[in-house]
Design a protein around this ligand. Structure first.
Ligand SMILES: [Zn+2]
Length: 424
C-alpha cells in the first residue's frame, strides 16, 4: 500500500491507509512567535528517500482533525529509513586493537523495549551468527569473541542485531597476528617427507618453517623427525585428534598451503593460567607432560576463560576456575592415556567442586558444582571454533539441556575439540 504524509497541529505522520507508521512530534519553539512549532527533518528526509516514498502531503493544521492512530498490526519494519540516532541498539565498547587468536570484547546498550531480547553478532556476510547473548535488565549486552582467521583484505565487518532484526548496529575491525611467524612463501621444487623427492634445499625450507612454527623436534638431520612433525601438522590442519596424514608435503597441496599461511598452527606449551582458567596439567602435574598443543586451542582456552569469568564466575573464590587438563604430549602423537589427544587440538577439563576446588570428582558426587559446569560448557560453546559435536560430558542434566553429549569415560571430565579455520 502506498504511503502519504499528514501534518496536524501536533505532529507529522507517515501514513499508510488511515493509520500512521511513524511520526515526528512537533515541539513548541522557544521564546519566539506564539504558536510556532518546529520539527527535526532527519526522519522526514528518510521517508522521502525511501523505496516506498509518500505520494502526497496533506496539511491539516488548525482544522481540529483527530490525531491518527498507529497501524493496528506491527508496522512493516523499515530498516533502511531508520537513521542511526533512532536505532534501538548502540555499540559503546569497541577494542582499539584486535589480535588474531586473542579474545576481544564488544559491548553496548539498547532501548527499553529490547531488554531480555537476543543479540546476535555476525561477521562479514555470514548468515549464521558467531555469538549470541541477551540484553540484561540494565539494557546492556556484551560479547567476547575471537578471530582465528581473517580474509584478505583484513578488515572484517561486524554486525550486531537485536530483537526483530530491525535494530542493527555495525562496525569494522582489523585483526592482526601477533607473535606469530606470519605468512611465508615456500618455493618448493618437489615433494618433501615420507616417500618424497627430498631435495636438500626443499627439505631445508620445510624444516626451517616447521621449527619457526614451534615444531622444534623437526630440527636436526633426521628425516624421520621431520616426517613426524609434518604428520602432526597435517593432523592439526585436518581437525583430527588421532595422528593422520601421509607425512609428505606435496607441491601445491593443502599441507604446503597451510605451512605458508599466516595462521599456520603454531606448536606450543599450553598457557598455565589466565582470566577464568587454570591449567592443572601444566602447573600441578610436573610428572605428566600432556602440556602441548597448537595456538588455536590455546586461544580458545583463553577466550572461554574470559567468557566464563565475565558471564558467571566474576572473581568469586567459591567458584572454581575452568580447570584444563591434558592436551597433547611434547611432540604430539600416540599417548597411553587417551584414544585421541594426539594432534594438539583436543583438551580436557576436570570438574569444579562446590566451594572453589576442582578435579578428582564426577558428576554423580555431592561436591560436584553443576551450575559452574553449566557455565563452563556455555563459555566453550560461545567460542566459534569449538566443535559442538565432540563436546563430551556425561551429566544427564546438562545433556538434556543440549550442552554436551555422552561418551564412554566422561563421567569425571569434559572433553572438547576445535575446528579448523580457513587458511589466510
Ligand atoms: Zn579428552
Amino acid at each position: 500500500m502506498g504511503t502519504w504524509i499528514k501534518e496536524t497541529d501536533k505532529a507529522i505522520y507517515l501514513m499508510e491507509g488511515g493509520y500512521y507508521r511513524q511520526k515526528i512530534d512537533k515541539s513548541p519553539r522557544q521564546g519566539d512567535v506564539d504558536g510556532e512549532t518546529f520539527f527535526r527533518t532527519k526522519l522526514l528526509k528518510a521517508w522521502l528517500n525511501s523505496d516506498d516514498a509518500p505520494g502526497f502531503f496533506l496539511a491539516s493544521v488548525g482544522t481540529g482533525t483527530d490525531e491518527p492512530r498507529p497501524l493496528p498490526t506491527p508496522p512493516t519494519p523499515l530498516p533502511p529509513v531508520i537513521p542511526p540516532s533512532e536505532q534501538g541498539i548502540k555499540i559503546t565498547k569497541v577494542p582499539n586493537q584486535v589480535k588474531i587468536y586473542h579474545p576481544y570484547q564488544l559491548a553496548g546498550t539498547t532501548s527499553d523495549d529490547l531488554v531480555g531480547q537476543t543479540v546476535s553478532l555476525y561477521v562479514d556476510n555470514n548468515q549464521r551468527p558467531i555469538a549470541q547473548t541477551t540484553v540484561n535488565a540494565n539494557k546492556q549486552w556484551a560479547f567476547q569473541s575471537i578471530f582465528l582467521a581473517v580474509p584478505k583484505p583484513q578488515m572484517r565487518r561486524l554486525k550486531v542485531v537485536a530483537g526483530q532484526a530491525t535494530d542493527i548496529a555495525s562496525l569494522t575491525l582489523t585483526p592482526y597476528i601477533e607473535k606469530h611467524p606470519g605468512a611465508q612463501k615456500l618455493a618448493l621444487s618437489a615433494s618433501v617427507g615420507s616417500g618424497g623427492a627430498n631435495r636438500s634445499s626443499d627439505v631445508k625450507l620445510v624444516r626451517d618453517r616447521l621449527v619457526a612454527l614451534g615444531y622444534d623436534f623437526a630440527a636436526g638431520s633426521s628425516i624421520n623427525n621431520l616426517i613426524q612433525a609434518i604428520q602432526l601438522f597435517q593432523s592439526a590442519i585436518s581437525g583430527v585428534t588421532a595422528l593422520r596424514g601421509d607425512g609428505r608435503v606435496d607441491v601445491g597441496g593443502r599441507t604446503q598451503g597451510f605451512l605458508q599461511a599466516a595462521n599456520a598452527p603454531k606448536w606450543m606449551r599450553m598457557p598455565g593460567q589466565g582470566v577464568g582458567f587454570y591449567n592443572v596439567e601444566v602447573l600441578d602435574q610436573p610428572g605428566d607432560s600432556h602440556d602441548y598443543g597448537i595456538d588455536w586451542i590455546s586461544n580458545v582456552i583463553r577466550a572461554a576463560g574470559i567468557h566464563y569469568e565475565l558471564a558467571y564466575r566474576k572473581n568469586r573464590s567459591d567458584v572454581a576456575p575452568m580447570a584444563i587438563n591434558d592436551v597433547s604430549l611434547p611432540k604430539g602423537g600416540r599417548t597411553p592415556d587417551h584414544a585421541g589427544h594426539q594432534s594438539g587440538n583436543a583438551g580436557d577439563i576436570v570438574l569444579p567442586h562446590k566451594g572453589g576446588k576442582f578435579g578428582g570428582t564426577r558428576w554423580s558426587n555431592s561436591n560436584y558444582d553443576r551450575d559452574a559446569t553449566e557455565a563452563i560448557l556455555k563459555a566453550l560453546r560461545a567460542q566459534p571454533w569449538v566443535d559442538k559435536n565432540t563436546l563430551y560430558f556425561n551429566d544427564p542434566a546438562l545433556i538434556s539441556k543440549g550442552l554436551c553429549r555422552r561418551a564412554g569415560g566422561h563421567d569425571n571430565h569434559i572433553h572438547f575439540e576445535i575446528d579448523v579455520p580457513p587458511q589466510i
